[in-house]
Design a protein around this ligand. Sequence first.
Ligand code: ZN
Length: 240
Amino acid sequence: MNYAQLKDWIEASPRTVFFGGAGVSTESGIPDFRSENGIFKALEKYGRSPETLLSRTFFDLRPDVFFEYYRENLLITDVQPNQAHLALAKLEARGKLSAVITQNIDGLHQKAGSRHVLELHGSIRRNYCMKCGKRYGIEKLQQTEGIPRCECGGIIRPDVVLYEENLPMGVFEEAESEVRQADLLIVGGTSLAVYPAAGLLNYFRGSHLVLINKSETPYDSMADLVIHDPIGQVFAGMNI
Ligand code: ZN
């Protein structure tokens, strides 16, 4: 339907940036722990909300429970990039996309071949010792049980942003700068309800803002084009 308009803008734009949220990953089969079902499951099994379980306070207080929940719900690797990830990687390779900004931590954009990925919330693929700083891959968390420990005895934690923690400053500033310089900004798979996602849009000064999300967002009226379809379907439909 409206996909032709979007495709035209992508082809004509001198500088396109994509900004994606959880919806981009759920279409690859990654459950959204912030969804109603995700909240229900956390409350049922742990008696706590995902926001509590993934908070820095709780991590420090009960790392054993944190890692149990984390391994079950966030450490998911048996998934594949979908049509949206693949199309974005192709666009970058063709020089048509300057950056992917993502709130997801699963590394699926890189798996699809994207190189300039700004991960606002970090990545499950990177882990580090809180005591000596030694870095570890994802295997360390997959192959151990309980609280993962470094050789030095320190706790190995994922390089993901927990609730109560700040976003990685350098990454956020780079995202801001990419949005500011973009001519076409495509925002997908996010309801734009959570700070700082919504805040990033305020930096946009380009020609066309496109929102792709299954449900309405508070920014729909600001956009030049709104598509309420699954994002994988939209990118598949454009035949990029
Ligand atoms: Zn260490």
